[in-house]
Design a protein around this ligand. Sequence first.
Ligand code: NAP
Length: 280
Amino acid sequence: MFQPDLLKNKTILVTGGGTGLGKAMGKRFLELGASLVICGRRAQVLKDTAAEFNSAFKNRAAYHVCDVRDAGQVEAMIEAQWRRAPLNALVNNAAGNIAARSETLSTRAVDAVLGIVLHGTAYVTWACGKKWLNEKRKASVLSILATYAWTGCGYVVPSAMAKAGVLAMTQSLAVEWGGRGIRLNGIAPGPFPTEGAWSRLVPRADLAKEIETNNPLGRPGRHEELGNLAAFLLSDYSEYINGECVTIDAGRWLKGAGQLNFLAKLTDEEWAMMRPAKKN
Ligand code: NAP
């Protein structure tokens, strides 16, 4: 299904698309024929990423400098983008996160994370959604979540709260807007190493190995694997998928959840001892 024209005629905005997973997804969308728009706060990062893309993909990438925490900046970005080319899809990828003991977080730190992930995602989704509904344009929203949207997670509590909120937004608007041609879905990635996330969240090399390999496949995710899933969910092949969140983590959170999964540590001898004795 990953034909070079899979996403042809789609203009896709990826928030936070200048770095990390946003950049990786954007590259995949370009490979599959889309036009790409990225946004973020750092102009030079966006300029460099757009230049890299435009030399490889014939000027199909553009960027806006925009802090998604500021509803006015978001409105201005969407207006400017519509004058250039209306969007057909939005990927809510921009995020901030702080690893800390929760009692040490200031209210400003809590606001910073909620501001980007919860409020920012809502501002961009509303700004695009209103345009699409007015124009009766078919469109799709994909939000990058985390499995702790369901499970919660210590040491990143504002992020877990915000991702859970974005999941609720996805499910709610999928019902409200689905009948008017707008699909909303999510992806919950497991560990996909990026400079941004790893520098904020993983302070030691041994912990990096732990987060990257503590899953049934024993390896981290590859960026192109995430790109392919995102491309599928934005493509017309997934038109009947709405209000869903797809986990892509090699089964990592299920491994933590299953009460007896610790039995993986048993040796062959221990398994032999566990076997019920045969009756004559
Ligand atoms: P990243 O490289 O740090 O990406 C975050 C991006 O968001 C940056 O480009 C950043 O650009 C942008 N951003 C931050 N605050 C912003 C704001 N106020 N306005 C606009 N843009 C803003 O990290 P990543 O690992 O690729 O993460 C991407 C997404 O995947 C996030 O939603 C994250 O929660 C999710 N995720 C990642 C993993 C993983 O293993 N990497 C796992 C689960 C979920 P500026 O700083 O220039 O604004």
